[in-house]
Design a protein around this ligand. Sequence first.
Ligand SMILES: Nc1ncnc2c1ncn2[C@@H]1O[C@H](COP(=O)(O)OP(=O)(O)OP(=O)(O)O)[C@@H](O)[C@H]1O
Ligand SMILES: [Mg+2]
Length: 398
Amino acid sequence: MVRIGFAYNQKPDDEEARTGDDEPRADEEPPSSSRILQTRNDSTSRVAGAFQPQHTSNRSSTDDEYAEWDSSETVSAVEHALSGLGEVVRLKANADFPERLRAERPDIVFNMAEGLRGVNRESHVPAMCEFFGIPYSGSDPFTLSLCLDKARTKECLAYHGIPNAPFQVVHDASSYSGALRFPVFVKPVHEGSSKGITERNYCRTPSEMREQVAFLLDRYRQPVLIEEFLTGAEFTCAVLGNGGDAHVLPIVGMNFEVLPSGSLPVYGFEAKWLWDRPEQPLEIFECPARIDEALRCTIERVVLAAYRVLGCRDWSRIDVRLDAAGVPNVVEVNPLPGILPDPADNSCFPKAARAAGLSYDELIQTCVRYAADRQGVSLPSNAARRRRMGVARAAASS
Ligand SMILES: Nc1ncnc2c1ncn2[C@@H]1O[C@H](COP(=O)(O)OP(=O)(O)OP(=O)(O)O)[C@@H](O)[C@H]1O
Ligand SMILES: [Mg+2]
């Protein structure tokens, strides 16, 4: 039977994270250096004009510490999906991971580990798999590190003529050279899952920008990306496959009208983690997006071009936004896409998969199959697997 290693990072229990009285062990330190994201001291809305964001209240705190890691529900759901292909070996990506990986030597690893620390954290698991010669799913260490640096990603896209917003990277608040058109949007260069991305990041003037850049530099201890704000519609695109087989699943469109009145058209921390509640879900996604054929084709072309030049493999999710001229620009690329299993959780990749007729299990299994094909690992066909399960069930009941 095929042995499938499953590499993941799991959030500590909600209770532990809240009380803080059971701190994570050193080998489970979360990726971000920030423990609590606090908004700045001035509570007054400083944005006038087109958008009037409702800023998070004065000194309120929004804990984004573990935003990148997966919940126990997601880990269990993925394990269940993988068990449809073979025997699953759980490999929590903590300090014991290298020894466990070497001792277990699975036939292939399904990687969804976001990593422990540092700007190359997403690359550590794939790099270790390569070191031990063990096949794994998804992009290689280089692509994972590249995509976790939003600025280097944009340089690569720009070199290949793939549209993305004009930008600058700053290491201190005073080094902005003044070349961008306002409004701008600022964000930490090495984060994901909307860490450090709140409505405050929309800046109409250089002085607002300097203030927020100083805040982000201090809070996240990494350079800040300053981009021209893309004013058009936003989409996110799930991609599956490799080479000529790579294809975009039905495109997910963002309907910002469902956000609280006065908020910005931004899918950031507030929309993802504060305003979208199980008791009151935000119906922000439309899938398939209601766009005409021509725009769909243009978005797909841009997305697949980005997927290829960045070296993405097996799967990725690519965020796109139209500029003022209606041209699709790549916002960022996620080679380790979020995959929350519960349809109520508003997770884009599973949603796009469902629209394509793929169940959650089929989505995970398809990703593993692409990885296995690339690396010459043979997996049981779906039919063979079902037959074997039937025989096992019959034997157990006799
Ligand atoms: N240049 C921009 N112009 C307009 N909106 C932007 C821009 N950059 C980011 N945004 C908004 O901020 C959101 C979050 O930005 P981004 O996707 O870069 O962050 P992330 O934390 O990596 O996201 P994810 O949760 O998808 O990993 C985008 O979905 C978009 O709504
Ligand atoms: Mg994004």
